[in-house]
Design a protein around this ligand. Structure first.
Ligand SMILES: C[S@@+](CC[C@H](N)C(=O)[O-])C[C@H]1O[C@@H](n2cnc3c(N)ncnc32)[C@H](O)[C@@H]1O
Length: 347
């Protein structure tokens, strides 16, 4: 499997001959049923939305969207199936306390730590008393405004033990192809732009995978690492791992597209909000195009993992700062208060 983002994914030449290559087998679709009745929520345009707080979050919280999330969870695992730990990359050893922010269906949390899903609103003041060893978040794009992201990263930093790890895994909305196989006229070329424009209009941009590194560094994290992925959509790659990831991510897109588009486009569509019917027709056309084996499409994903400085590092940094301030003070004391002037300047 190519692990360099620049590598092109090789196409499987047999893909055009298979009739049901895009479908999941029975085993895989069994992973998708979940009763959503335990969730409080509001219905809108035929979809259920969670009422976490008075602000807004674009993602539906219903069976269809959980199916997409579960498929996304499996794609993430498959994409890292050859790595030491497909769940996360941060070198966390024997963590006692893990927090998964915005856990959704909770698949990651259940797999990672057998913890209960946590649906506390992370924009409220955090009430956990004990710090965490590891804080994880995935697919939180479009959940927060820039200022809210600042606050979330600060809370993550403040609520980690010194030396504890933070990891964020995000996906992009743009559908791309390296070999020009996605034609300009395909409805898919505009998909990411439409979603991005609506999300920016809503004040909660979805380009998180491109902005998060700077924000994480700004929050004070050190030892920052990243891994960039191409998540193929459809089983078109020749490589068996990418083929499996592609089949799952096709399923994620098929089930997820309406939920990603409905809220944002009907409320914040650019130049004007779309009607429910317009979104439904658009999604139907886009769904049709993502199962075209001639389109060798993928979207980007990125993981960033970074560490809160250890106590020794923090102490060393504080000492450096104190030394710098002391040096500056000495320099100011030694410098003459006004520039020296020669006697001739007086006359
Ligand atoms: C796209 S889902 C991702 C779920 C999960 N992390 C995964 O990768 O499968 C985003 C999740 O963030 C949650 N969320 C959005 N705003 C939130 C907030 N302010 N506080 C806590 N969770 C939030 C939503 O309820 C939803 O479950």
């Amino acid at each position: 499997m190519p692990d360099n983002f620049k590598d092109h994914i090789t196409v499987d030449p047999d893909i055009y001959a298979l009739t049901n290559a895009y479908e999941l087998d029975d085993n895989q679709s069994e992973t998708t049923s979940l009763a959503s009745s335990i969730y409080r929520g509001v219905m809108e345009n035929g979809r259920r939305y969670q009422t976490i707080r008075e602000g807004e979050y674009w993602g539906p919280s219903d069976e269809q969207q959980f199916e997409a999330l579960e498929a996304g969870h499996l794609v993430a695992l498959v994409m890292d199936s050859e790595s030491r730990n497909p769940l996360f990359q941060a070198p966390v050893k024997d963590p006692k306390r893990i927090l998964d922010i915005g856990t959704g269906r909770g698949s990651w949390a259940v797999d990672a730590a057998d913890m209960f899903p946590n649906l506390d609103d992370v924009l409220q003041e955090w009430t956990w008393r004990e710090p965490f060893d590891f804080i994880h978040m995935r697919l939180m794009l479009g959940a927060f405004s820039a200022q809210e992201w600042d606050n979330v990263y600060k809370q993550c930093y403040d609520n980690l033990t010194p030396g504890g790890w933070f990891e964020q895994h995000e996906g992009g909305c743009d559908l791309l192809s390296d070999d020009g196989s996605l034609p300009e006229e395909s409805i898919l070329t505009q998909w990411g732009k439409n979603i991005c424009a609506a999300a920016s209009n809503a004040g909660k941009p979805v380009d998180t995978l491109d902005t998060m590194r700077t924000e994480i560094e700004k929050a004070g994290f050190v030892d920052v690492h990243e891994k960039v992925y191409k998540w193929p959509i459809g089983p078109w790659p020749r490589d068996s791992v990418l083929k499996e990831a592609g089949r799952l991510s096709y399923h994620m897109w098929r089930t997820g597209m309406e939920g990603w588009a409905m809220y944002l486009l009907t409320k914040y569509g650019v130049p004007e909000p779309w009607s429910k019917e317009e979104v439904q027709v658009y999604v139907a056309k886009a769904r049709n195009d993502i199962q075209n084996p001639n389109y060798h499409i993928y979207h980007k994903a990125r993981r960033i993992w970074a560490r809160k400085p250890t106590e020794a590092e923090m102490a060393a940094k504080a000492a450096d700062k104190a030394r710098e301030v002391a040096e500056q003070t000495t320099r100011i004391k030694d410098e003459p208060l006004s520039p020296p002037f020669s006697p001739s300047d007086r006359w």
